[in-house]
Design a protein around this ligand. Structure first.
Ligand code: GAP
Length: 475
């Protein structure tokens, strides 16, 4: 079975997980809308993260800060001055490129040609331009070597608050959720009575005017982040850094991602963001190659110290036990919800031959082997005949109080099973004549539960059904 992005995107579109944004107007590049199943999957991913990082974690609390923040926040954080990518245009075909990506592509295709560097990360625009010209690197789109100069392009979306469009009213759409956490550090400290070490977690939208978005929902201009800012004493920062790298890795395995599709990559000093002294990326093996899903960085005390200076608010922490004041260090596991959703979809997608593989036309079953906790619909209630609808609807209604269920009475039972396999529904519940009985046979008040992955079946009493399924949703 070849797992391709085309197959996965086709299933996601066809079954209502992900649609192109603004489709009826021809779309808007790199925007995507989550359909009825997509929003359930995404909500389940976010809920699983929140459960592990906040609900079940006595060290962490949650926050929901606004997307629009005072522009001074982004001056202090370094985003106004430094959050940019090197942009250049091809003068021939007019295609816009990230200069560093063009050089990376050339280095991959021509190993050893560019000497003196191992990575383009952290290299200034003049040096990048020098490399492009020295090697006459061609435009990836048209093959000509005729580029404009490179300019630094700030990735933040800029707009104005209120009716007057002047520089005093400039606001940015946040490019990361983290700053809402740092600016509320003292508020949370005061109102939650937490002591270092502790963490503040947040899920929310972030926006970046990416020069080259793409790879489906992997790199977009609007996306959602799930971030934890974990505050620690400087002495314990390395210990917590190791802890969170391991914790995040294990959580991905816990929600069902296959170990062989996940790897840890330690960023080189050149690759790290300006605020970081250590960073591990957790990468996933997408059909298009390895890609970062989670960045776990040691941000030092960069942010709190910067806000202390720029805001004139005292951001120091008083450690009662040590009887000293310091700016806590921050360990930041930052995860993209959309990227993780893509990884989850890719990991779960499977095609298998059912029955005789040598048959003239083998029976191929497409199945999303999602962890039950993430599956958009946990159980489908299927009456064997329309006459059994009232009982099936009654069961459906009862179960819907506990998890997402669906009802389907259209088509053969085999076809219905396959429809639910394709969207990752772990349990199909078949209501048959035995369930309700008739004049000759007493009702057994039980249903057949068919398991998505094994296709095995088990008879379960209706009265036990809810607990039977809830037990299997745990992770
Ligand atoms: N606060 C730190 C921070 O934002 P980052 O490495 O720039 O760090 C963290 O982003 C995560 O956010 C990435 O690992 C990725 O999962 C997600 N992400 C970043 N840019 C994205 C984009 N353009 N589209 C989708 N997800 C993105």
């Amino acid at each position: 079975m070849q797992k391709t992005m085309e197959k996965i995107a086709a299933l996601a579109k066809g079954r209502g997980f992900i649609y192109s944004g603004s489709e009826i107007y021809g779309g808007l590049q790199s925007t995507w809308d989550y359909g009825p199943l997509g929003v359930e999957l995404k909500n389940n991913i976010k809920a699983a993260w929140w459960k592990k990082f906040v609900q079940q974690n006595p060290l962490n609390v949650g926050l929901d800060a606004s997307i629009l923040m005072n522009s001074k926040v982004w001056e202090a954080s370094g985003h106004v001055g430094g959050f940019s990518d090197p942009l250049m245009d091809c003068k021939d075909c007019k295609e816009r490129h990230r200069a560093d990506h063009v050089i990376e592509g050339f280095m991959e295709a021509n190993p050893g040609k560019v000497t003196g560097i191992t990575t383009v990360d952290g290299i200034g625009k003049d040096v990048l331009k020098g490399i492009i010209d020295e090697h006459k690197i061609a435009c990836p789109t048209c093959g000509k070597h005729n580029f404009t100069d490179i300019r630094e392009f700030n990735l933040m979306f800029k707009t104005h608050a209120g009716v007057v469009e002047d520089s005093k009213n400039v606001v940015y759409l946040r490019p990361e959720t983290a700053q809402g956490i740092f600016t509320n550090f003292k508020n949370v400290l005061r109102t939650s009575r937490k002591k270092v070490p502790f963490g503040i977690a947040q899920i929310g939208k972030a926006f970046r005017n990416e020069i080259t978005p793409g790879n489906y929902i992997y790199r977009t201009r609007e996306f959602e982040q799930m971030e934890l800012e974990f505050f620690t004493s400087p002495q314990e920062a390395d210990k917590w850094f190791e802890h969170w790298v391991d914790f995040c890795h294990k959580w991905l395995l816990g929600i069902g991602l296959k170990a062989e599709n996940i790897r840890l990559y330690e960023q080189t000093p050149e690759q790290r963001a300006h605020y970081s002294v250590g960073c591990f990326d957790i990468e996933y093996l997408f059909p298009f190659g390895w890609g970062e899903v989670w960045g776990i960085a040691n941000r030092t005390n960069y942010d709190l110290a910067a806000h202390d200076t720029h805001s004139n608010e005292d951001m120091l922490y008083f450690d009662q036990e040590a009887n000293e004041k310091y700016f806590p260090y921050v360990i930041e596991p930052s995860l993209g919800a959309d990227r993780l959703l893509l990884a989850v979809l890719c990991d779960a997608y499977d095609e298998e031959v059912v029955g005789d593989p040598n048959a003239e036309k083998p029976d191929i079953r497409t199945v999303l082997r999602l962890h039950p906790a993430l599956a958009p619909i946990k159980a489908a209630v299927l009456p064997l005949s329309k006459k059994l609808s009232p009982k099936a609807l009654e069961i459906c209604d009862e179960l819907s109080a506990y998890f997402a269920v669906d009802y389907d009475d259209a088509g053969s039972i085999g076809k219905r099973y396959r429809r639910y396999d394709e969207i990752g529904t772990p349990f199909c519940i078949t209501v048959d004549f035995q369930t309700v009985g008739d004049e000759e046979t007493p009702a057994d008040n039980a249903v057949t539960v068919r398991f998505r992955d094994s296709m095995e079946q088990e008879r379960v009493a209706v009265a036990d059904l809810k607990d039977f399924i809830v037990e299997k949703l745990k992770y």
